[in-house]
Design a binder for this molecule. Structure first.
Ligand SMILES: *Cc1c(COP(=O)(O)O)cnc(C)c1O
Length: 370
């Protein structure tokens, strides 16, 4: 176990690296001979990329995606030379030389990025590896259809560039029946026909579950590695990865009719036991969980009552045995009984936002991953 040195923290965040690796292996087994990469941007969705990426490398993963070049620079020393590290945003203008100097591969998303990469290759007198992104419906990053036209008619635009992968990104892959998926698949195939023969990648986590047509040569899961359900309407096949436990810092008995917390958003309808737990919206326990979130104690579900504060939440623990909850007792705020997707649903958001909002005050520990 690898632990941060916050022995007096108000809450513990335990990250199960074995579960992450098992989730990667199960995704890998769904795609056969296709490479299974790992998306570890945003500090591995808030779970600690410096722990997650090396554990996934040991599990067999050799392709890693981050969003920013700074994220890649932080990870590069932790991964062996046979791991490829890709930057989804590509190089910020002027930062191109950082990529070959540190063995990092950019995703080229625009004609200016393509031109800058070509210029660097010429300047260094060698071909440089790159991924090319084409837009098939997101209208966010990647060459538009018109820009792709230009590139397909003028091979000089790829001069000096060793295209190792052509990729695109799905808009609504978690909705298996959405016709945007088949439309994007068709546009992606058409784009591939117009470019030199190159390995291809379309699927994020949910895309893997759309079937083999979407797998191509490499898939790019993020969320499903971290336990987020990849498809609506089916049981989540992925293992839960985080266990979030908050410490009780005070317990009190209140009379029926007593209101609790900021703005008195909740009033007891019976004599109640209220416990105050040291976690709040500053820790990513979102304020939208006011009067809506749940905690668990030995499997008993206990509602969050009143407004979530910056540093504390209040919980109705009337249904627990007298004395069971005391100062220092840990109660579960996210666990297999109350997974990230359920917390997200109660907060009116998605699991991705719950994970990436997790704050910096936890005593974090990472288990397994060897
Ligand atoms: C974030 C991201 C992914 C991973 O998506 P998940 O839904 O988390 O699996 C894959 N590809 C691109 C381009 C991304 O930005």
């Amino acid at each position: 176990m690898n632990t941060s040195s916050r022995t007096h923290a108000g809450a513990l965040l335990i990250i199960d690296l074995d579960a992450i690796c098992e989730n990667w292996r199960s995704l890998k087994s769904r795609v056969g001979t296709t490479h299974c990469a790992a998306v570890v941007k945003a500090d591995a969705y808030g779970l600690g990329a410096q722990h997650v990426a090396p554990a996934l490398y040991r599990a067999g993963c050799r392709h890693f995606f981050v969003a920013h070049v700074d994220e890649a620079l932080a990870l590069r020393p932790l991964l062996a030379a046979d791991a490829t590290l890709y930057v989804l945003h590509g190089a910020p203008p002027g930062a191109e030389p950082v990529f070959p100097a540190h063995d990092i591969v950019p995703v080229l998303n625009s004609l200016p990025q393509l031109a800058a990469w070509r210029a660097l290759a010429q300047q260094l007198g060698k071909t440089l590896p790159a991924v090319l992104q084409v837009d098939t419906g997101m209208a966010r990053l990647g060459l538009s259809a018109a820009e792709l036209d230009l590139v397909s008619h003028d091979p000089d635009l790829l001069q000096g560039i060793d295209l190792t992968l052509i990729m695109s990104h799905l808009v609504s892959a978690e909705e298996a029946g959405n016709p945007i998926n088949t439309g994007q698949l068709a546009r992606f195939r058409a784009a591939l026909r117009r470019l030199p023969p190159t390995a291809a990648s379309l699927a994020n986590s949910s895309g893997i579950f759309l079937g083999a047509d979407y797998h191509f040569d490499l898939v790019r899961p993020g969320a499903a590695l971290y336990g987020i359900a990849p498809a609506a309407g089916i049981d989540n096949p992925q293992r839960a990865v985080i266990h979030l436990r908050g410490k009780v810092i005070q317990t009190r008995l209140i009379d029926s009719g007593t209101a609790v917390g900021y703005n008195h958003r909740w009033t007891a309808r019976r004599p109640s036991r209220i416990v105050t737990v040291a976690i709040g919206y500053a820790d990513g326990y979102l304020r939208s969980l006011s009067n809506s979130g749940y905690a668990h104690f030995h499997g008993i579900r206990l509602p969050v009552v009143g407004n979530v504060s910056m540093d504390t939440i209040t919980i109705d623990a009337t249904d627990t045995a007298e004395g069971a909850l005391q100062e220092g007792t840990l109660i579960d705020l996210a666990c297999p009984l109350n997974p990230v997707d359920t917390v997200a649903e109660r907060a009116g958001t998605i699991g991705y936002e719950i994970l990436t909002s997790l704050g910096n005050r936890y005593a974090r520990s990472w288990t397994g991953g060897q």
